[in-house]
Ligand binder design. Structure first.
Ligand SMILES: Cc1cc2nc3c(=O)[nH]c(=O)nc-3n(C[C@H](O)[C@H](O)[C@H](O)COP(=O)(O)OP(=O)(O)OC[C@H]3O[C@@H](n4cnc5c(N)ncnc54)[C@H](O)[C@@H]3O)c2cc1C
Length: 463
């Protein structure tokens, strides 16, 4: 059996693992990166962020082009959205991204070890290769970044053809005419807009009474209204009780409220679980929680000697953005650092149509924690730039301030490029900006960012 030795080894070649491998190599370590899939990039590149965002961008662009006439742009001839062409564009992007990843690893001399890793001891990892052979990796420092996988509900057995998760969306060759989506969280809502724009009849079933748990209540109300306006059937406050074979190879989905929906495709988006079951974490004494998440301290160190963890295996936010920083910090700490991450200012970006950007507290969270606040709102209908983009309805910037210090403590934006412009407010929160700072800053006119001044003015007028 082949034995390989490294200064540091990383399990998993997704966003967290890649960031860890690159950082460790930059710090001078000889690094081995173990990946079980034939392709690097993890969920972000293969099944998650990149594929869903390609669909969101193409369908969003199609919606804008449909409004071309009202901008004075004449399109002679029909405009259509081609599923296969969007898939081809997504595949090109994936290829390009994987090429970039490979070149980053090559230039830092990271050794890629293909196969499935499992601990045999704190400093020994067995790697089962696809050809049936095994290798042993020895290293006194390991970063576990094995990611997560979609949760499967017993009532909805995934067959990969008529009942799928986001893992299988990448294999779709066309958009089925009738789609039932289970779960109105971020991913379920994003795909409801996407498939509806491709012309499918979409039904969105959600166990709780509302979409997008954890998001601002006015943002959620506007997104639900927009889903309905576009013809997505919402069935909230009920869950699926049965999923039987239907006519012509489809499915019949029955809800606890007694309704039945015929579907050509059922997409389950009911959350993800850390992929920690087969890592042999007992051998090095790495503790896991009830959801399979790896327990770490503030430096991302696990209870196993020399073993750190990052990304979705921690079962926290499950975002590429946090996974990337956690990977780099875990690697730095594995090699002797003691860096911690300030997670108070993590931006959220949701690619519904319109887009959502958020940071900090929501009004509901503040109320639950007894935190006082003043709320300022700028409706996009009052901004020249938003009106000229014809995207003012629905759309707004909501900012939450501390009533005594006037510091920004939360912000929620609905409208074009929200996931971009939210970063202004991330920096503002980090640096302790007050409502007065927003009111007396100069903004380019016309711009969407002028809404920061107007929302802050609205808040100050209420004090
Ligand atoms: C549909 C969808 C849309 C999303 N959109 C966004 C978005 O817009 N923005 C955002 O920030 N996040 C988004 N996310 C979340 C984001 O994709 C994940 O948070 C991120 O990919 C997590 O990275 P990771 O490295 O922790 O794990 P993963 O990407 O899951 O990577 C883990 C890697 O480890 C490998 N592995 C697992 N076990 C082993 C083993 N035993 N041995 C060797 N290798 C192993 C896996 O093959 C995989 O390559 C989305 C997710 C989904 C599903």
């Amino acid at each position: 059996m082949e034995t390989l030795r490294f200064d540091a080894v990383v399990i998993g070649g997704g966003e967290a693992g890649l960031a860890a491998a690159v950082k460790a190599a930059e710090l001078g370590a000889r690094v081995g990166l173990i990946e079980s899939s034939s392709q690097l990039g993890g969920a972000c590149v293969a099944t998650g962020t990149l594929p869903s965002k390609t669909f969101s961008i193409s369908t969003g662009m199609f919606e804008t082009i449909k409004k071309a006439k009202s901008f004075g742009v004449r399109i002679d001839g029909p405009v259509s959205l081609d599923f296969q062409e969007v898939v081809a564009s997504r595949n090109r992007l994936m290829k390009c991204d994987i090429g970039v990843i490979q070149s980053h690893l090559r230039s830092r001399k990271v050794t890629l070890v293909s196969g499935r890793a499992a601990f045999a001891a704190p400093d020994r990892i067995r790697v089962a290769r696809a050809d049936g052979t095994e290798a042993v990796i020895e290293s006194s420092r390991t970063i576990v970044a094995a990611g997560s996988h979609p949760i499967h509900l017993p009532v909805l057995p995934v067959d990969g053809a008529t009942v799928i998760t986001t893992d299988e969306i990448v294999a779709l060759a066309s958009c089925p005419p009738r789609i039932v989506i289970i779960g109105a969280g971020i991913i379920g809502c994003e795909y409801a807009f996407i498939f509806r724009t491709f012309g499918a009849d979409v039904t969105l079933i959600e166990k709780t009474g509302r979409a997008l748990p954890g998001q601002d209540k006015d943002v959620v109300a506007a997104v639900e209204k927009e889903l309905k306006r576009r013809g997505v059937a919402l069935r909230f406050g009920t869950s699926v009780s049965a999923c039987a074979a239907g006519l012509e190879g489809g499915r019949l989905v029955t809800t606890e409220s007694g309704e039945t929906f015929a579907a050509d495709l059922v997409l389950t988006c009911v959350g993800r679980r850390p992929s920690t079951e087969d890592l042999g974490l007992e051998a090095p004494g790495v503790a896991v929680g009830g959801r399979g998440e790896i327990i770490v301290d503030e430096c991302l160190e696990t209870t196993g000697t020399g073993i750190f963890a990052a990304g979705d295996v921690l079962g926290r936010r499950m975002q590429s953005s946090t996974a990337i920083l956690e990977g780099a910090v875990a690697a730095e700490n594995a090699l002797g650092g003691s860096r911690t991450i300030d997670e108070r200012f993590v931006p959220g970006g949701i690619y519904t149509q319109p887009e959502i950007g958020s940071v900090g507290l929501t009004e509901d969270e503040a109320a639950a924690k007894g935190i006082p606040l003043i709320v300022g709102v700028c409706p996009y209908a009052s901004l020249v730039k938003a009106c000229s983009l014809q995207t003012f309805n629905p759309g707004f910037i909501k900012m939450l301030f501390d009533p005594s210090s006037h510091k920004l403590i939360g912000a929620h934006i609905l409208g074009p490029e929200s996931a971009e412009i939210i970063h202004n407010l991330v920096v503002a929160m980090r640096t302790g900006a007050t409502a007065e700072d927003f009111v007396y800053s100069i903004y380019h006119h016309p711009s969407l960012s002028e809404g920061f001044r107007e929302a802050a003015r609205d808040a100050l007028s209420k004090i």
